[in-house]
Ligand binder design. Structure first.
Ligand code: PKZ
Ligand code: UBL
Length: 272
């Protein structure tokens, strides 16, 4: 059969075609990301146990150093500004917008020492990643039961001061890639006011220039990370929570829009 000669070049061409197909790249990068994080977590588990003997915020150093290189595999870069705002002594609450599990890469890029996160309790069941989150001292909350979540966060405010720990909270409370920030939940602000510690807002630029879930695109890209000046909470009380939350939201939203070069999708110009 004289068409048989075409088989080897076609066989060679097939992976090439697949590789250039953006949908293939999208799924490949996503699967690689999850699988590689699972492997890294598997490596980190014994290292953390050897280092600290169990659950300890100091394990975040191990996790941070193991995760730092992952961005290169995914073609991502971070352009960070405002490092000086993290040069704050003692405990504080970091708040940031939350677009995707890829946020973990930016988080690890700037994570200060003795800083861990607040996360939904379901994350603990994510295999080796769940176990490493537990070993890293992540505080798990049940978002479906406000009273439970509140009492866990009230305990966390005390632990922050007793153990000199910093906490990273995603005040939107869920992942969001709508091109604007979701209204903030109140937990992070109660936490900061209860512990009387500053809030440091951190803004990730929109991922929509390189990562589009609906269109199945995952290209290379640069993420701008802005660390904003701290917001003091000394002397504030429960009554100040709404204004504290609004102030943080407005600062973060304008920074998000300016570094993302994006037009908010929900607030278009008024029609008369
Ligand atoms: C080598 C290794 C590789 C692997 C490497 C892995 C690396 C490891 C990276 C992990 C990375 C994690 C990434 C996770 C990312 C998420 O899991 S995001 C989802 C979880 N996080 C959050 O939800 C935090 C934000 N949510 C909140 O703060 C919410 O306020 C709460 C606490 C959940 C409550 O939720 P809610 O009831 O829906 O919301 P909200 O309206 O705010 O509160 C209701 C009322 O309670 C009051 N309230 C809220 N909180 C409090 C409080 N603490 N005290 C008193 N009153 C309160 C409010 O003021 C409000 O009162 P009213 O105004 O109605 O009078
Ligand atoms: C045996 C179970 C296997 C589960 C596999 C999932 C494991 C994920 C593995 C690697 C990714 C590493 C980064 C982990 C941190 C992800 C944090 C995250 O993004 O959680 C989602 C949460 O913020 C909001 O959730 P919703 O948008 O409200 O839903």
């Amino acid at each position: 059969m004289d068409v048989l000669w075409m088989a080897p070049p076609l066989l060679l061409l097939f992976p090439l075609l697949m590789w250039t197909s953006s949908t293939f790249v999208y799924y490949f990068k996503k699967c690689f990301y999850v699988a590689w994080m699972m492997v890294l977590a598997l490596l980190a588990i014994p290292l953390c146990i050897l280092k600290s003997g169990g659950r300890d915020v100091e394990n975040m150093r191990v996790i941070r150093s193991l995760v730092r290189h992952v961005k290169y595999f995914l073609g991502l870069r971070f352009d960070v500004s405002g490092w000086e705002h993290l040069q704050t002594e003692g405990p504080y609450v970091i708040i940031s917008n939350h677009q995707s599990s890829l946020d973990v890469l930016g988080l690890m890029e700037i994570l200060p020492d003795r800083c861990t996160m607040i996360a939904k309790k379901e994350l603990i069941y994510a295999g080796t990643v769940g176990l490493i989150c537990w070993l890293g001292g992540i505080v798990f909350i049940n978002r479906k039961k406000t009273s439970d979540a509140k009492s866990v966060m009230i305990d966390a405010a005390k632990t922050m001061l007793d153990d000199q720990i910093r906490l990273w909270v995603f005040p939107e409370g869920t992942r969001n890639q709508k091109g604007d920030l979701l209204p903030f939940k109140k937990g992070a602000f109660h936490l900061a006011v209860q512990a009387q510690v500053p809030i440091i807002p951190v803004v990730f630029s929109s991922y929509s220039s390189f990562y589009l879930r609906k269109q199945k695109q995952f290209n290379s890209g640069t993420i701008r990370l802005r660390i904003l000046p701290k917001i003091e909470t000394k002397g504030l009380t429960c009554d100040d929570i709404p204004s504290l939350s609004d102030k943080s939201f407005n600062l973060m939203r304008s920074s998000f829009l300016s570094i993302s070069n994006s037009v908010p999708q929900s607030n278009g110009p008024c029609k008369h």
